[in-house]
Write a protein that binds this ligand. Structure first.
Ligand code: DDH
Length: 288
């Protein structure tokens, strides 16, 4: 109902080019992780959106519900308060932007500014302004890293993705790292975690992945150096023949990966969203 959501026309009052620039200015910080908030912004955009179920059309980025308890505190979302807090000053500066738009746009800015493809983006997602305004999206809708291909398919088919799109999306693991105090897993997937590349696929194929010897959750490290990691769910992309055919294509052809990733990421960020009819599609130019 209207009192529980932001005013419908508010999205028109925002200059999204300025928001893009201001998000880009928040990316770099030499004291944080590998020097960029980009990876955790991408993860926030994905977790805000990836709760969608096409069966009952619940979940997705609409409402900006990831900022409310209980969703904010689901295990899968551990650590994402870091991204939300980093973005909060922009909500103050641009009060008419919805959180749902801000969080998804932050993912787009991060991908583009870290060297990835242009990702067309539309504004106009309404926010729930209180937690009570929305039925909480149930826990367990995001993938469990300890599981394999069947589980990954269950999760992404529920959102309406096919195998090719799933593989393309997984390529986001070129970015960032696992944190023992968030997911329990440890380490980056490759040596350039602040650059958007097709390295998830090249690393998957080029390395021998062996179980990490430690007390933490079961995961893999590369046999040669032990510096890079794969989740059990990532390894499924190498062992499952249908997933693997796309892994091989994307490892060989970064342009193909970029084009397919962009399309799949747009779809992810728009799952279940009913945009205003007059909402334009922005194709922001990466900054110099
Ligand atoms: Fe992911 N991801 N993800 N992921 N993800 C983690 C980090 C990041 C899974 C598990 C984890 C996608 C798919 C999957 C990013 C983007 C995307 C971490 C570590 C786990 C665990 C969190 C931490 O400890 O900080 C699993 C399982 C899947 C799966 O598909 C089976 C997708 C589709 C995306 C996307 O963006 C399209 C990014 C970026 C990170 C790095 C975050 C950071 O802070 O760095």
């Amino acid at each position: 109902s209207s009192e529980l959501t932001t005013a419908e026309a508010d999205w028109k009052k925002v200059n999204y080019y300025n928001v893009y620039k201001d998000i880009a200015d928040l990316l770099e910080d030499e004291d944080y992780d590998d020097g960029s908030y980009g990876p955790v912004f991408v993860r926030l955009a994905w977790h805000a959106s990836g709760t969608y179920s096409k069966k009952d059309r619940t979940g997705g980025s609409t409402g900006g519900t990831i900022r409310f308890h209980p969703e904010a505190n689901y295990g899968a979302n551990a650590g994402l308060h870091v991204a939300r807090e980093r973005l909060e000053p922009l909500k103050k500066k641009y009060p008419h932007i919805s959180y749902a738009d801000l969080y998804t746009l932050a993912g787009v800015v991060a991908i583009q500014e870290l060297g990835g493809p242009v990702v067309p983006w539309r504004p106009g997602r309404p926010d729930a302004i209180t937690a009570a305004a929305v039925a909480a999206t149930p826990d367990g809708r995001l993938p469990d890293a300890a599981q394999g291909a069947d589980h990954v398919r269950d999760i992404f088919y529920r959102m309406g993705f096919n195998d090719q799109e799933i593989v393309a999306l997984e390529g986001a693991h070129a970015l960032g790292r696992c944190h023992t105090d968030r997911s329990g897993f440890d380490g980056p997937w490759n040596a350039s975690p602040t650059a958007f590349t097709n390295f998830l696929f090249t690393e998957l194929l080029d390395n021998t992945w062996v179980p990490k010897k430690w007390d933490g959750p079961f995961q893999y490290v590369d046999k040669a150096t032990g510096q890079f990691m794969m989740l059990p769910a990532d390894i499924a992309f190498k062992t499952d023949p249908k997933f693997r055919q796309y892994v091989e294509q994307y490892a060989k052809d970064q342009d193909l990966f970029f084009a397919d990733f962009s399309k799949a990421f747009v779809k992810l960020l728009e799952l279940g969203v009913q945009f205003p009819e007059d909402a334009p599609v922005y194709q922001f130019k990466p900054l110099e």
